[in-house]
Design a protein around this ligand. Structure first.
Ligand SMILES: *Cc1c(COP(=O)(O)O)cnc(C)c1O
Length: 425
């Protein structure tokens, strides 16, 4: 294994899994998509058809620009759970984002990059005591809570913390709803703020999360208005309220630009109304999907195929792929509509499409990519399919169930991005 050296401090106890290998530097004027096609060609020539992914790290820089332009008052703290590839985190650290961690493991990983504890928020409202103590030891000060029980743990194990009260967002709709699991009811907030005060804890603001991949942009408006009420209650209880955390929910997939812009308009207008700049309130958010989703592209191949005739003579196909629900595609079943992959095959004329079921490789019948069929042409064992936009909640949720290995991810970056990393002290 070559030893990576670019733009990072030597993390204590760095292992091969923590730093897999150097990113590929793309030749000038070459795109990550071209790299995917080149790898497919190389593998096919040598008779191999292993699934793989390419992470185009340059995408992060452009997502970061877009985020800051659309939400100029909001400082991003990248949500590590969305995709914790070491090089991805390293690029984000170089770009200057903060980080949202949810566990001791994520705190360790981000701190090992040399990120200052002040650039980290521990944003899991329900934490293990040992993880709270770890945060206290490392100087990670900003933590979230949504219950009295959590306050009692925090008072005992991290009394110097600066806390954010996470509230519920009941009306929001999203691909991954979070409000059933996390967030205090607005009616309970006055009491929680009082209890925090009695325990000698400092509550410094409020936070919410409208759910990952939110479909109701107006939900931000309601949540920001509710946070305004929490700020008033907090001040009344004697807290210095100065930090507002908008969570995330922003989409990341190609074609979602208009929805993101609408969210940004709603957020900016609600901030101007409820938290005008003159109040000096600092505003942060925890985007994960927005930054990571379009970074990764997966290439998978067909390992088995079945054709059947339905009554009426309609031809149906089942393709068994070498990546599936127990691998990097666990989130596909949550997508509101199935994703249509790009077929890597030349056809002399426009091919006929058939209803196809896409299965993963394991022996579990639940291991299919989508609950409905997708329309694809007739393909053969060994043919390749490409899924773009698989950078969010994909490889990080992979298992080796049934003995299928975790798909290799190749990091790629332009020479320009590499120079940026090398310039980081
Ligand atoms: C998952 C999560 C995020 C990231 O949300 P996305 O909408 O997927 O970007 C941010 N904050 C918290 C607390 C989360 O749990």
């Amino acid at each position: 294994m070559n030893t990576p050296s670019v733009g990072r401090r030597e993390p204590p106890g760095a292992s091969e899994t923590l730093w897999p290998s150097e990113p590929i530097t793309l030749a000038p004027e070459t795109s990550a998509r071209q790299l995917v096609l080149k790898k497919i060609q190389e593998l096919s020539i040598s008779g191999r058809h292993d699934a793989f992914m390419v992470a185009d790290l340059d995408v992060l820089a452009s997502r970061h620009r877009t985020f800051l332009q659309a939400l100029p008052r909001v400082q991003p703290f990248y949500a590590v759970k969305c995709n914790s590839r070491p090089w991805l985190l390293l690029v984000l650290a170089a770009l200057g984002t903060g980080f949202d961690c949810a566990s001791q493991g994520e705190l360790e990983q981000v701190l090992s990059l040399g990120v200052a504890p002040s650039r980290i928020i521990f944003a899991n409202p329900c934490k293990a005591v040992s993880h709270i103590r770890y945060a206290a030891r490392c100087g990670v000060q900003i933590l979230t809570f949504d219950s009295e029980e959590e306050l009692i743990k925090l008072a005992q194990h991290h009394p110097g913390a600066r806390l954010l009260l996470r509230i519920q967002t009941p009306g929001s709709r999203s691909t991954f709803p979070l409000h059933t699991k996390f967030g205090a009811h607005l009616e309970a907030c006055g009491h929680l703020l009082q209890v925090a005060r009695e325990l000698g804890l400092a509550v410094v603001g409020a936070s919410f999360h409208v759910g990952s991949d939110c479909h109701t942009p107006q939900s931000y408006r309601q949540a920001i208005a509710d946070c305004h009420s929490v700020f008033e209650m907090g001040c009344k209880a004697g807290h210095h309220m100065s930090l507002l955390n908008l969570g995330a929910g922003f989409p990341g997939i190609e074609g979602s630009e208009a929805r993101f812009e609408e969210m940004a308009r709603v957020v900016n207008a609600a901030l101007a109304q409820y938290f005008p700049e003159a109040t000096g309130v600092e505003v942060i958010a925890e985007p994960g999907r927005f930054y990571a989703e379009s970074v990764c592209t997966a290439a998978v191949s067909i390992i088995a195929k079945k054709a059947s005739l339905e009554p009426g003579g309609h031809r149906k196909l089942a393709y068994y792929l070498n990546e599936g629900h127990y691998g990097a595609f666990r989130v596909f079943l949550r997508d509101p509509v199935p994703r249509i992959p790009i077929v890597v095959k030349e056809f002399p004329t426009e091919p006929r499409l058939f209803p196809c079921t896409l299965y993963g490789p394991t022996c579990d019948a639940f291991d299919r990519l989508f609950s409905t069929e997708v329309q694809l042409p007739e393909l053969d064992v060994g043919d390749w399919l490409i899924f773009p936009d698989v950078g969010a909640y994909s490889s990080c949720m992979s298992s080796t169930f049934n003995g299928f290995p975790i798909t290799t991810v190749y990091d790629a970056m332009s020479p320009q991005l590499r120079s940026l990393l090398e310039a980081v002290p």
